[in-house]
Design a protein around this ligand. Structure first.
Ligand SMILES: [Zn+2]
Length: 200
């Protein structure tokens, strides 16, 4: 993410959007701000999803908010989302619809997967409800922008995802949660990995 090139005026536009949303405007009215960064995010690693690493050149990718911008599911007290990070590019991840959205897997008894508005933490007591407090959070989900996180994920010869054998229990739990919420066990991608494993 350090090597992203921000287009001219982008920072000014994001600051303007942040101000307007602070004053009550709807975040989605400024979706162009994050959409404008899609070509630059794409340049960083090409047309592959940062979560599942699948290249689906004909399907659209989304600029996903790692910390959900409008609502966080399964959290007490209720959380209106990390609104203050809606226009902060360090919160953006380039993602396919399978990882980003809640979907049923018809090839697997309609098992539900996908991130949606979920953002579980290792310690819920550290949940940020105001700007700046997010630095104290330890996300349960693996972050594709953190190298140590990426190294926790491995794959079996049958294409199913798993954690590396050296992972401790906390990291195993993180991998397990990430597999569910990024839908890394979706039947189609498991099949594609299996094919790749046999070629290699
Ligand atoms: Zn994906």
């Amino acid at each position: 993410m350090d090597s992203i090139v921000l287009p001219n005026e982008w920072l000014a536009n994001s600051q303007k959007a942040t101000r307007e949303v602070d004053q009550g405007a709807d975040i989605d009215d400024f979706c162009k701000v994050w959409q404008d960064l899609k070509p630059e995010l794409e340049k960083l690693v090409g047309k592959k999803c940062w979560y599942c690493e699948a290249i689906q050149s004909r399907s659209d990718k989304d600029v996903e908010h790692f910390r959900p911008k409008k609502k966080v599911c399964n959290v007490k007290p209720d959380h209106d989302g990390y609104r203050w990070l809606a226009f902060n590019y360090t919160n953006y991840r380039y993602s396919c619809g399978y990882c980003n959205k809640r979907r049923k897997d018809s090839g697997n008894n309609n098992r539900l997967g996908g991130k949606g508005n979920y953002f579980p933490l290792i310690d819920e007591n550290k949940r940020a409800y105001k700007p700046g407090d997010e630095v104290y959070e330890r996300p349960k989900l693996l972050d594709p922008c953190v190298e140590a996180d990426v190294k926790l994920l491995d794959f079996n010869d049958d294409g199913t995802p798993c954690s590396v054998t050296s992972a401790n229990q906390i990291d195993r739990d993180r991998v397990e949660e990430s597999i569910k919420l990024y839908h890394l066990h979706h039947s189609e991608i498991v099949e594609e990995r299996k094919k790749l494993a046999h070629i290699l």
